[in-house]
Design a protein around this ligand. Structure first.
Ligand code: MN
Length: 517
């Protein structure tokens, strides 16, 4: 590995940093996210395999579903310790005890803002409450992680009083939370340096939010100041702008600071996709490590250099985080990148043909259009004078939809001349049609739909609809488009176009290699 010691090595951290994942608690508090107990269990299993040290599985007192989820997860006997959140309320702590969790993340505010406007309690009352709660949880055999809520906007002397009190009461680890994300790396470092110096025998954890986009930087600054645990979420999910992103933090620690964690980096991308799929929150394309574009190169200058030597424009080798580099066609593309993309499709144009393909791709890009893989394939075939044979073709499609009818689609496809017939139901007509195609094809080709996007090109109810899809087969990805007045047909067209790129041309038409030389 080419770990670069650009930063300062973590100085006081003892051994490995403990990764406390709160995707299923703070992450689930993302607006619009709500997971069923079964979905939570699926994510928890993945987190355990990924290698996190602790999983905050939810808030046991919040609902029956939460209780059920935590019970299911606690029963699995993972390597990771299972935690539940609780407020400083006896009922909440009882719920954690009942859930079978190993530990409690006990959250009590310490800032005057929260004391005055949320709890309506005095500092003395809150100190006493926290002390009683910690003792009660310890008496019932729980590992106690005490979270001082809004600690970073709290009066330092009161925060210290709270730390002394809860540590004496038996708290195992203290988390002064940056609840509203107002830390800076400098303040995180000075705050935690002061605390770790004053309490050399206390374990501290850090919980940073991303309101100013500094959650990961603040977490790293806290770690450098001697904190031994960090709270993270997959894809940086969480309240408002989210929490520190697990994938960004562990990759930065490994490659920029040469610090190991227990995380299996090569599972980060799969974990990210699973969480995105189950929460319904897409990952922004330009997100570090797990975003779609994080390892995609279009510009000619970059692709040329990358093909020679990846380190030129790839600070993170894609393989180590379970990903693959992708060179795409477009306005900024260079001929070498195009050639590599075409070769992947089984097309081998000669130099003159490549030049012409290159011009056409640029012309489309200049008109403001994105060039999909299917577009590139079609352009190349036309330039190379190849008949536009498709491995997979639509023969028949019937869709039934309406009120008090389950949307159903039946489809007949020909795949390299062989007829495939299948029927499926769905949430709506498009879903039913896509399900039918997937069912028909999946027996032969394991292709997955990763992204689906609709645009109306013109206004009005007679608008032409454009559907873009991204499909995956193993580690290959293909983008494609379909345009039609009927949304079902546009979707089917996009899906089949993409499948055709991934399946490749029928074997005897896979020509052009001879002219390659
Ligand atoms: Mn939080």
């Amino acid at each position: 590995m080419r770990a670069v010691k650009w930063g300062v090595a973590l100085s006081k951290a003892t051994g490995k940093i403990r990764i406390f994942d709160t995707t299923l608690r703070d992450g689930e508090q993302t607006p619009g996210v709500s997971l069923t107990p079964e979905e939570k269990l699926k994510i928890a299993r993945q987190l355990d395999v990924l290698g996190v040290d602790a999983i905050e599985a939810g808030f046991a007192a919040a609902s029956e579903g939460e209780m059920k989820a935590i019970k299911m997860i606690a029963k699995e006997r993972f390597n990771a310790e299972i935690f539940s959140m609780a407020r400083g309320v006896k009922r909440d702590i009882d719920a954690v005890i009942e859930s079978g969790a190993d530990g409690i993340f006990l959250v009590v505010p310490t800032s005057d803002i929260h004391l005055k406007y949320k709890l309506r309690k005095t500092r003395e009352e809150v100190l006493k409450l926290a002390e009683e709660c910690v003792q009660y949880a310890k008496d019932h055999g729980l590992i106690v992680e005490f979270g001082a809520e809004d600690a970073t906007r709290s009066d330092m002397s009161f925060l210290k009083e709270m730390i002394s009190t809860t540590v004496s009461a038996g708290a195992d680890i203290i988390t002064p939370c940056d609840t509203v994300g107002t830390l800076t790396p400098e303040r995180a470092y000075s705050l935690f340096s002061e605390l770790t110096k004053e309490y050399p025998n206390v374990k501290f954890s850090t919980h940073c939010h991303d309101d100013f986009g500094m959650a990961v930087a603040n977490s790293i600054a806290s770690l450098r100041a001697g904190v031994c645990e960090v709270h993270v979420t997959v894809n940086g999910l969480g309240e408002r702008a989210g929490n520190a992103a697990l994938e960004e933090l562990v990759v930065a620690l490994k490659l920029l600071y040469n610090v190991e964690t227990s995380i299996k980096l090569n599972l980060l991308y799969d974990t990210s996709m699973l969480v995105s799929r189950l929460t319904g929150i897409p990952v922004q394309p330009n997100k570090a490590v797990v975003g779609e574009n994080a390892f995609v190169h279009e510009s000619g200058i970059h692709t040329h250099a990358i093909i020679n030597k990846p380190i030129t424009y790839e600070p993170i080798p894609p393989e180590i985080v379970g990903r693959k580099r992708r060179l795409v066609a477009g306005k900024h593309a260079g001929s070498r990148g195009l050639k590599a993309a075409l070769n992947e499709m089984g097309l081998h144009p000669n130099d003159e043909q490549l030049k012409e393909i290159f011009h056409r791709v640029k012309a489309i890009g200049d008109r403001g259009k994105r060039v999909t893989d299917a577009d590139l394939q079609a352009i190349a075939e036309s330039v190379m004078g190849l008949p536009s044979v498709r491995s997979i073709r639509l023969e028949e499609l019937t869709v039934v939809t309406g009120d008090k009818v389950t949307p159903t689609a039946s489809i007949k496809l020909s795949l390299n001349g062989k007829l495939l017939t299948e029927a499926a139901t769905g949430i709506g007509p498009v879903d039913a049609a896509m399900n039918a195609i997937r069912k028909a094809v999946s027996a032969v080709e394991p292709i997955r739909l990763e992204e689906y996007h609709v645009d109306a090109i013109t206004g009005g109810t007679d608008a032409v609809v454009e559907v873009s899809v991204r499909l995956r087969k193993g580690d290959r990805v293909a983008t494609a488009r379909g345009a039609h007045g009927d949304i079902v047909m546009a979707s089917v067209e996009a899906m089949l176009n993409g499948m055709n790129v991934l399946i490749g041309r029928p074997r005897n038409n896979n020509v052009g290699r001879a002219s390659q030389g």
